[in-house]
Design a protein around this ligand. Structure first.
Ligand code: ZN
Length: 152
């Protein structure tokens, strides 16, 4: 006979075989239940991990979409600003031609004759946070057009 210790309840017991683990049928059943519970826990943990991964992936996708939407918005806003300043320039040139004298318009110190007028004005606007124009107050920033100067 072998003197053994039950791996479930910890009680000492005797058995003919030295590889017995449990003192009783009850402890053997309990061991099986524990094994099943452990497996169930592992599966639950695994499924929790998978759904966490999935959620993280969804979150990342959302962030990527949001970032690309923001970039598109910034591009659109920049394109709108370019269009606006191109309009200002076109209108100013048209007016200068009509007046028969060169334009004196500068925005944030940048001459309307500067070949990169629009880009430089937008850049300076980002730096200063505003646009400061010099053109005898005859320019309307809202419409991008010269105000009709009142005569007499
Ligand atoms: Zn036992």
């Amino acid at each position: 006979m072998n003197e053994l210790i039950c791996t479930i309840c910890g009680k000492p017991f005797t058995a003919k075989r030295s590889d017995r683990k449990y003192c009783s049928y009850e402890c053997k059943l309990k061991s099986k239940r524990l094994a099943i519970n452990k497996l169930r826990d592992q599966q639950a943990e695994e499924s929790r991990r998978r759904s966490e991964q999935k959620n993280a992936e969804i979150r990342k996708q959302k962030e990527r979409k949001e970032a690309s939407r923001r970039r598109a918005e910034e591009r659109d806003a920049y394109a709108d600003e370019l269009k606006y300043w191109e309009g200002v320039k076109r209108e100013e040139f048209r007016f200068a031609k009509q007046e028969g004298k060169p334009s004196t318009l500068t925005v944030n110190g940048i001459s309307v004759y500067d070949p990169d007028f629009e880009k430089k004005v937008i850049e300076s606007g980002e730096v200063y946070g505003s646009y400061y124009g010099c053109f005898n107050d005859s320019f309307d920033f809202e419409t991008g057009r010269r105000r009709k100067e009142s005569k007499g």
